[in-house]
Design a protein around this ligand. Sequence first.
Ligand code: DC
Length: 218
Amino acid sequence: MTGKRGYVVTVDGPSAAGKGTLARRLATHFGFRFLDTGALYRGVGLSVLRQGLDPADETAAAAAARALQPEILSDPALRTEETSAAASKVAAIPAVRAAILNWQRDFARDAARSSGGAVLDGRDIGTVVCPDADAKLFITASAEARAGRRVKELQARGETAIYARVLQDMQERDARDQGRSISPTKPATDALIIDTSDLTADQVFERALAFIATKMKA
Ligand code: DC
């Protein structure tokens, strides 16, 4: 890392593994800008649902991706299980990924220039979106640990959540995200992999910081 053009840190991994918490905390710590790229796919999924169309419909999803408005990214409906399932479907469509790719790269470049750095969290950031990133993290955990965390999150928001159902939905979504031919969820060869199943958020943060420090010195 030379620091001349700013730093890019990527945080990839499956849902509810703790990558969002970590990525936000890293961005705050370093004063970098943060982008939750999953919100972009959720925004596309939600906008297709709101039009009464099928998220698996390639033409409808691609049109929604090209017309994506930033306002939808703060819509509370972005976080429902219905939107999660729709996001996972639109994310498998190449034209949707193509529409979102440049958006993400522009963000990383502008943030690195204007704020000294960017932290992006997602599935393919270290492998496809920012393959030249300075530090890459892959945050994972067992499906059971992740389903348990998701149930707590949903309950905290006042939604009813049944563990077995959440686990099944998560496994279906994992299979779609990991098994798709385009940009599947997988660690970059130069990523640090952290399994958070038995770690606290603080322990994950400390490990990530130690890794990033070695990259910043390099
Ligand atoms: O991280 P999340 O649960 O908010 O992501 C929503 C969906 O978008 C999920 O099914 C994976 C997909 N996604 C993706 O394919 N690539 C990304 N960079 C981020 C998310």
